[in-house]
Write a protein that binds this ligand. Structure first.
Ligand SMILES: Cc1cc2nc3c(=O)[nH]c(=O)nc-3n(C[C@H](O)[C@H](O)[C@H](O)COP(=O)(O)OP(=O)(O)OC[C@H]3O[C@@H](n4cnc5c(N)ncnc54)[C@H](O)[C@@H]3O)c2cc1C
Length: 246
């Protein structure tokens, strides 16, 4: 079934303007220009989206595949790249066993193929780069958080930004070569789960002035666990934003 999604043709370049609701509601053709392996289970898909009108770090989009018989499948994906003027965006997908959309993109899609995207969507999980942010991610939940880290670097922001990222093993860690001193990696198979001790250096008296905006992304289980730890450590509930992939 998945190999019947046919590429359609790309279309002409147009100027990019501020994000509007209308743009987010419109399907746009996106050409896969590059596929980069991140881990045995995850790959990054670079897409040329000439009419992309920009996004904020943390936002996601809807991706749609259309088969020859008109059947469509659409899924949400976080945007991994920082906002820029390149006319390209990047998505990082886990290959879900038996997954219709991730299966097609991982096994059949090639550079030059076209998909459709609609977005950016949801401002709630966005980080505009205007306040200190404490980021907690697990597995592919690190994708929208990497957009924030890349934005922070690209813009040379000096606001505090910290990332705690969980992956089963070093081989499962997405973006392994990109992390800097802002990041703490937890390999759950050897280190165990995220604990209060991992958060302790950032909470209470160690918080930046004005406190953190906390962003959690991952499975339902990780989101529940991480948010409980944050609240127990004194992080105000109304300053915790959660994105669940599960
Ligand atoms: C806001 C949002 C952002 C997201 N961003 C990303 C992202 O950046 N990268 C990414 O890889 N995914 C992301 N997802 C998950 C993504 O939308 C799909 O659910 C995922 O790619 C599976 O789709 P599929 O068509 O391959 O599998 P399906 O055909 O929908 O599912 C196949 C089987 O896998 C199970 N399954 C579905 N999703 C998952 C999952 N995530 N983990 C384990 N089992 C699953 C289903 O229950 C089913 O049994 C995001 C989801 C949301 C809601």
């Amino acid at each position: 079934m998945t190999d019947t999604f046919v590429p359609t043709t790309a279309f002409a370049v147009a100027g990019r303007i501020a994000v509007s609701n209308r743009a987010a509601a419109t399907w746009q053709r996106a050409v896969i220009t590059h596929i980069r392996r991140e881990t045995p289970r995850a790959a990054t898909f670079r897409l040329a989206v000439p009419q992309w009108q920009g996004h904020l770090p943390g936002q996601h989009l809807m991706l749609r595949l259309t088969a020859q018989d008109g059947y469509t499948a659409q899924r949400h994906y976080s945007i991994a790249s920082a906002p820029d003027d390149s006319g390209h965006i990047e998505l990082t997908l886990d290959h879900v066993d038996g997954g219709e959309v991730s299966g097609h993109l991982h096994t059949t899609a090639r550079p030059g193929d076209t998909v459709e995207v609609r977005g950016p969507l949801s401002g709630f999980f966005a980080w505009p780069g205007d306040r200190p942010a404490l980021l907690l991610g697990a597995g592919s939940g690190v994708v929208p958080l990497m957009s924030m880290i890349r934005h922070h670097r690209l813009r040379g922001l000096d606001l505090p930004l910290r990332l705690l990222v969980s992956a089963r093993t070093p081989a499962d860690l997405i973006y392994a070569s990109e992390y800097g001193p802002e990041t703490t990696v937890i390999h759950t198979r050897t280190d165990g789960r995220l604990t209060a001790a991992h958060l302790e250096p950032y909470l209470g008296e160690h918080q930046p002035s004005g406190g953190w905006e906390a962003y959690i992304c991952g499975s339902n289980g990780f989101a529940e666990h991480a948010s409980r730890l944050l609240v127990a450590g004194g992080q105000p509930v109304d300053r915790i934003r959660i994105e669940r992939f599960g």
